[in-house]
Design a protein. Structure first.
Lengths: 177, 177, 177
């Protein structure tokens, strides 16, 4: 019996979790992964307010209990008082992946000089990869297009499921030995 | 009654604080902000030696007591034994802004390969932004030109005063909603 | 009596330390430094498995006892479970040098999108510089070519020996005062 690949999508937003705002960012991530991935996968979608403890607990649950090999967050990465997603991510990760934030900011800088205000990071918890994306829907596809080619090989290296991409949309890069 | 916008300029230098060297870097920051900003502002200038505790206390005072919405430091960002400004900055900040250091180093790399030796960072203490600049006067304008377009919007997001730039000199970028 | 410049080369690899794999990466670093450096130097070569405590102790010995002004590691920088070289490096350093990792990843990104998976960093322990390189032999020369021009000046600033490069191969950059 093969186990379905599970990918966590965690929207961090006070307004969306209060129901006063539709979560179009979380939906945009699911839609993007749907066009990227050729292999089977299942989204595990969650929504929390901008509270460090709630973000941390949900990340722990998505990795430890829901068995997601990959968790993508959106929201809470800016300089506003309630933006604490990067701190919550660092708190639950064993090891950090600084290259993700560097590349996403460099990519966003091609479009807006305020890209440097995004504090997004990525890290590893056990054998799962957690990636922060910004909250703005238009930045989500830009950021994912930049970093996703490296994601399947990262998951290979951690002993996770083999993700296959729709090569007409995006190429997963796996270097030779 | 409107409150004047206060911006801290903190020079970190053993030699300048001992009076054996004129602080041209601090002055260069004030001069640059004077040509950048069209709205009213007031510099709060301070000078400390390369001592972590003194840097930390002065940053705390500039933010907590002097009510500066922005503090710009110069000096103490290299690899010499007494260079500890980034560590002092991280110690007083609640949250870090890695994009500032990344962009300033990338920009300086266009001019000198030793740009990677600059350990400068930026971060948030409460609702104030603290930015480290290198000590060399010629690097100050390069670094500020690179990051300043994002500074007014950052301060907006933290609920601070509305900074207006002289658009003939530099453009403050404020993305739409 | 002049003291010979000592440079530590530390290979971090379970397989190489178990003898099941020849350490071509450590050898590639020694070969590269041999063609780079015109001044006298002596390699201090060590090999440890991917164990955080062993890496930390060996870095401490190379700096504190073997008096290496520069230590270059290879291996253990990826996302696999046993890759812990960056964490061990941070644990023994007083101050970090984020610009090295940023530049090496940006340089490697020109060749492979998986460059963002490399978690390599650099830092200072006392007056010594420690630089992580990836484990793959082909990435070693790319990374060293990118960062080495800044290394001799870094060591100057820390009061270490004066390294001279073979200018036909690589230029050490030392900015004017």
């Amino acid at each position: 019996m093969s186990i379905t690949t599970r990918i966590g999508i965690l929207t961090v937003s006070d307004r969306a979790s209060a129901g006063t705002y539709e979560d179009i960012s979380g939906k945009a991530i699911i839609d993007t992964l749907t066009v990227y991935l050729a292999s089977d996968w299942e989204p595990v979608y969650r929504l929390v307010p901008d509270e460090a403890r709630e973000i941390e607990r949900m990340l722990e649950r998505l990795v430890d209990e829901e068995q997601c090999c990959l968790v993508i967050t959106t929201g809470g990465t800016g300089p506003a008082e309630r933006d604490v997603t990067p701190e919550a991510t660092e708190a639950v990760c064993d090891r950090l992946m600084p290259g993700f934030g560097e590349l996403m900011r460099a990519e966003s800088l091609k479009h807006v000089p305020t890209a440097i205000l995004s504090r997004q990071t990525a890290g590893l918890r056990g054998s799962s990869l957690i990636i922060n994306l910004p909250g703005k829907p238009r930045a989500i596809r830009q950021c994912l297009d930049a970093v996703f080619p490296a994601v399947p090989y990262c998951i290979d290296l951690m002993g996770g499921p083999y993700l296959e991409c729709d090569e007409a949309v995006i190429s997963a890069f796996r270097p030779g030995p």
